[in-house]
Ligand binder design. Sequence first.
Ligand code: PEP
Ligand code: MG
Length: 580
Amino acid sequence: MIQGIGASAGIAIGRSFVLPNWEWELPEQKIDVADFAREFERVYEGIRTSKSEIEQIKDDLRDVVGSEETHIFDAHIAILDDPVFMNEIQGIIQRQYKAAEVAVKEAIDHFVTMFDLLDDEYMKERALDIKDVGNRLLKHLLGAPEITLPSDTQPFILIAKELSPSQLAHINPKHVLGIVTLAGSTTSHSAIMARALGVPLVVGVEPKLPEPIQTGQTIIIDGSDGSLFIDPAEHIIDAYTELHIRQEEAKKKLHDIAHHISITPDGKTLELAANISSYKELEIALSSGAHGVGLFRTEFLYMDRHRFPMEEEQFEVYRSVAEKLGGEPLVIRTLDVGGDKQLDYFELPEEDNPFLGYRAIRISLDRQDLFKTQLRAILRASCYGQIKLMFPLISSVDEVRAAIAVLNEAKGELEQAGIPYDRSMKIGIMIEVPAAVMIADLLAEEVDFFSIGTNDLVQFTLAVDRMNEEISHLYEPYHPALIRMLQMTVDAAKRKGITVGVCGELAGDLRALPIWLSLDVDELSMSSHSILLVKERLLCTTQEDSRAVYEKLFGCRTSTEILEHLNGFMKAIDHKTANG
Ligand code: PEP
Ligand code: MG
């Protein structure tokens, strides 16, 4: 077994097809001064053709994976339009008397090396974009054919050195069972697209490969743990075939409960909603029986592009999601960039503590122009479904009031222009900063609902950076302090009569279910793949039993003790259901 990195979950078993590398034969002879104009024109022509080809790919792809993934190709067009790229090419032609294709190749190599040297995953991914778009340009200059995948053979497992978004765009999931890339990371655009397409992907296997994979070998990959088998023994094929069948059956069986109401045996209804970050994820959410969307992380709309999305673009996305939900709730969270989420066209300051810095609502209140654009788009979309608005990272009453003041300005503008919006749209806040927990009673008087963001709440309560692997063992969601924080927040919401939900990762953790049932929260919002698993448990867990175990948690002094109780509770339910 070869251990790679799992980048898109699922098992694939089949024959390999090794994608040939782009390799170019470049002319060696120098050109004359008299040829400069002709060579420049060839580059311009190549850029024009490449751009229209990319536009075509965008159109084709939009129908398959939704509009967000296609923004990757906006980045490619931006590279072709970038004067720095063109100047570099022209400089090489003029100074070194080299032909257009040689100049393009050298310019690509120059930028790729420059970006690759940076100790930053994101910039390394940009190097891949430059290589990808540069290869397209070279292909046109040299009149080379596109490297295509076989479509008339049995479905295969694609093996590539690295897979560019352009190449992935051509992939038909019916022909490609799975993908292995020698290089790559889980955060690359290609990995994001593979997940969107539902194609298993294992990346980063090169250092572990004893010899190169050949076309036609038997391959097994498991995209959830990154394992790769080349020409495995019969018993391994059998074992994985069986596992694959079992996974598919379990998935199908779980889907039987997708449209059951989510209610405990003793009658407590707990709505299970989905966390999404794009329109395309909605399909998966709905097929998992999500009761609406409890968290739409809008920042992903702002990524993978080279400028802020306009009001109209945002409106279209919010409206499509609201319409698709057909009246089920849609909680739209305003922009939450900063921390670990950056925008390459918006220079955020270098900070020692970015999670404690210029981010989320702080940026929105500082850049009210951007904030108002987003609020206007959300307000306009509110006529097309049941939209609720949510502000992230709130730590004071002043912030809520300031955000609502901008919202009121946006409403006033729309009213003046005669543009309709839902006047009863509910306003909520994320409770994810300890200060917000401590003043939850005051905040509850300002808004219609709370949603507890446990991801940030854990990191801030325990002073443990959620990105720092060194101290990840200290990131304890079941710390006694957290249990008390949750209790305080829910108590405050209930006393003031507002609804309260949970949208951090803990909402989808099966062990936490008795906590939510006992606290009597109104909604859990989680990534779509957890919804059915949580629902399955909910259907056989009573609120009464949950209360009994929750009382014990309050007496616990450590997270280990808390987890012992919760694990014991899970086992007891398993035992009860197994025995009818
Ligand atoms: C959270 O902090 O729990 C949350 C849901 O927000 P994000 O993970 O986007 O910071
Ligand atoms: Mg958060």
